[in-house]
Design a protein. Structure first.
Length: 458
């Protein structure tokens, strides 16, 4: 049987070479593959950043530190027994502000000032204004003294509010410290050292009520209260003799007021409060102040920059926490290194971090100045105890050990001995301060001065 005849068209089709794909087809395939690779890399990056945040948060939790506002609330519990904050609040309600006429002549709480030299007496006008205000606030002052005896305090702050937490009690605390300092001046001027010492110890207690509060602002207010109270102490020691036993109690209060862990605890709490912002782009946008910012923050989160930002924030705050745990002489440098990292953040990352990360450089200086003042006062009081017992101030600080000091405290800015000298009937104990230049107790040195107090008529 003969084979069937093959169609000419079919033969031609079978013999033709296969058609080539167009360049556009290949271009599309390349774009498609690249898109898959980019999307895969982007997904991997997003997963990696998210995982990185979770790892950092887990490390913080493992250290026993809070990671959310709710955890901060639990980390800062109320006392089991009496809460001094409740009694302080009652005392605050009894305190009255000076009227316009009194304010013009009243120091600390008004427009007037104490004499620049703590050994100088008050003017008659200032003394009268102080006496009037102390008398008008006798009930509030007694309430403050009663609260100071309780000890443990926890102010009614709702830390679950996170970065929006309200700290309205801080102004009342500052005003209470000023009122107690004014009362101390009133008693000191009258030669009533025991009553003045009570005012100063109560002032220290008011500041101590903030010692465990997990907020940097709270700690800055605490430092301000300590400085107000140390100023009152300097004035007291220059205006009247204080007994040995009372000086010993004041020395112990000064040592406690350093509170070396307070700032570190505040940074730990601040880290958790700030961290909550990264899960709430709406709140961040509200801080930015525009509706466009709200949409922008949504996109910022979508592309993974929020997680990157969060990682950056946690890393910087870790540097701050570690810096706050170092001896004070090393803290300013550690904080500066952390702040340098903030400045090195790129233009497209770290938007939230730059918005909320605390600038702790200035806080470190304020803390250092306060510690320097406390330590200078500590040495001065030990010297005054030496004078009361031996008839004169010591020629150097070594003679204070061990009877009046366990050891001589160091200058927090240098780690070396505090300056100590006598000149023209005055004892000067000082720190060289932030610039570390020894001015001999002048210029920018941080000084506590002690003169031979006047003898008051009984």
């Amino acid at each position: 049987m003969l084979p069937a005849e093959t169609s000419p068209q079919r033969t031609a089709s079978m013999d033709a070479p296969p058609q080539r794909r167009s360049r556009w087809w290949w271009f599309g395939m390349v774009v498609f593959v690249l898109a898959l690779l980019v999307l895969g890399a982007f997904a991997a990056l997003r997963v990696g950043l998210s995982r990185g945040v979770k790892v950092r948060v887990a490390e913080i939790s493992a250290a026993g530190h809070p990671t959310t506002p709710a955890e901060v609330e639990n980390w800062h519990p109320y006392p089991v027994g009496a809460n001094a904050a409740d009694e302080y609040a009652k005392a605050f309600s009894l305190v009255s502000k000076p009227d316009a006429g009194l304010k013009a002549t009243l120091p600390l709480l008004g427009d007037a000032k104490f004499p620049a030299d703590p050994a100088d007496p008050l003017t008659a006008v200032t003394a009268k204004a102080i006496a009037s205000h102390v008398q008008a606030n006798r009930g509030g002052l007694e309430g403050l003294h009663a609260a100071a005896k309780i000890g443990d305090a926890r102010w009614p702050v709702d830390w679950t509010q996170g970065f929006s937490v309200k700290l309205g009690h801080l102004q009342y605390i500052r005003d209470a410290a000023r009122l107690l300092a004014v009362e101390a001046a009133h008693h000191g001027e009258a030669g009533n050292a025991e009553a003045a010492q009570r005012s100063i110890l109560s002032g220290m207690a008011v500041g101590r009520s903030l010692e465990t509060e997990p907020s940097i602002i709270s700690q800055l207010v605490r430092l301000a209260v300590v400085n107000i109270t140390v100023d009152a102490l300097e004035r007291l020691l220059n205006r009247t003799d204080v007994a040995q036993e009372e000086l010993g109690r004041l020395q112990a209060a000064l040592a406690d007021a350093e509170a070396p862990e307070a700032m570190r605890r505040a940074i730990v709490g601040e880290r958790a409060l700030g961290s909550s912002l990264f899960g709430d782009p709406g709140l961040v946008a509200a801080m930015g102040g525009s509706g466009a910012a709200d949409e922008g923050m949504g996109l910022y989160r979508l592309v993974g920059l929020m997680d990157y930002d969060h990682l950056l924030y946690l890393g910087l705050m870790k540097q701050y926490v570690e810096g706050a745990g170092k001896p004070f002489v090393q803290r300013p440098a550690a904080y500066r290194d952390a702040e340098g990292s903030v400045k090195d953040v790129g233009a497209f990352g770290g938007v939230v971090t730059r918005m909320i990360v605390p600038g702790l450089g200035h806080a470190a200086v304020r803390e250092g100045k306060t510690i320097a003042r406390l330590r200078a006062a500590h040495v001065a009081m030990a010297s005054e105890r030496h004078r009361l017992e031996k008839g004169q101030w010591p020629s150097d600080t070594k003679k204070l050990i061990p009877e009046f000091l366990k050891k001589v405290p160091a200058d927090p800015f240098t780690g070396k001995a505090l300056g100590f000298k006598q000149t023209k009937g005055r004892l000067i104990v000082y720190s060289v301060g932030e610039d570390k230049i020894d001015g001999g107790g002048t210029g920018d040195d941080i000084v506590f001065r002690l003169s031979r107090p006047i003898q008051h008529e009984k």
